[in-house]
Write a protein that binds this ligand. Structure first.
Ligand code: 6PG
Length: 248
């Protein structure tokens, strides 16, 4: 696909996709000798990757004390819920591998998604060490993303005002447009885009229809999410690939 700002990498199946994603995460970690920030995603797509990261050789390649784990969007539910994005990541790999102080969940104990969003923005700003994002100094080493069947990414849904946010790093989303229909908290496009690499995982035949529209360049949230460093990568398995697609 001719798209100078986005690289498409195809994988035979979800196992290969998870291994490729894990290798890219390790490469980003290896490239930074200081504190590393990885922003995880929700949904079902990253679960296989999370399981892999808890196993050798990946687990012993990660300097756990130097890596900080954030989440790109959260459902406004308790962390013990199966719907909680960070809760899932914790139970699959973080709690057994990472120091608790390096895990940065969105607090859903706040009164509402907006105050939860403000609190998370403060956490992010304190980690970043500044209140404004600077070009050339990304907040994250890598941001993991998924794409929903309506073209949403993180909890940025088509037509939602949160998509056009330019100042705030995190916002509350009172209404999800897809299941699960719970309020959300989401990082905004500028915050997600402040990364050395944005890595989408798209898998399964259920994603073929939306992937066809996205690769056609339709103006959908998942197409608007880009790394400000010019490094946006889509990892796609064969089952999700549109008919006749040829990777460049
Ligand atoms: C969420 C997500 C969301 C997800 C996509 C893909 O909280 O729902 O972060 O953006 O990544 O909807 O989800 P699946 O991997 O389940 O298809």
């Amino acid at each position: 696909m001719a798209d100078s700002e986005r690289q498409i990498i195809t994988a035979a199946d979800t196992a290969e996709l998870a291994m490729t994603a894990a290798a890219r995460i390790i490469a980003r970690i290896d490239a930074n000798a200081g504190l590393i920030a990885i922003c995880l995603s929700g949904g079902s797509s990253p679960k296989q990757l999370y399981r892999l990261l808890a196993t050798d050789p990946y687990r012993n390649r990660i300097p756990w004390d130097r890596v900080h784990w954030f989440i790109g969007d959260e459902r406004f539910v308790p962390e013990t819920s199966d719907l909680s994005n960070m809760g899932v990541a914790r139970r699959i790999f973080l709690d057994q591998c990472a120091p608790a102080s390096n895990i940065h969940p969105v607090s859903t104990d706040a009164a509402n998604p907006d105050s939860s969003a403000e609190q998370y923005a403060r956490d992010l700003k304190s980690f970043y060490g500044a209140d404004e994002l600077k070009l050339g100094r990304p907040l994250f080493d890598l941001v993991l993303m998924g794409a929903g069947s309506d073209g949403h990414t993180a909890s940025l849904f088509p037509g939602d005002p949160a998509l056009d946010e330019t100042a705030r790093w995190v916002v509350g989303v009172p209404k999800a447009h897809l299941e699960p229909f719970v309020p959300r908290v989401t990082l905004t496009l500028p915050a997600l885009g402040s990364c050395h690499e944005m890595l989408f995982e798209v898998a399964g035949s259920g994603k073929r229809a939306i992937l066809t529209r996205l690769l056609d360049g339709e103006n959908l949230p998942a197409n608007r999410a880009r790394s400000a460093d010019g490094n946006t990568v889509w990892l796609v398995d064969r089952a999700a690939l549109p008919e006749g697609f040829r990777s460049s």
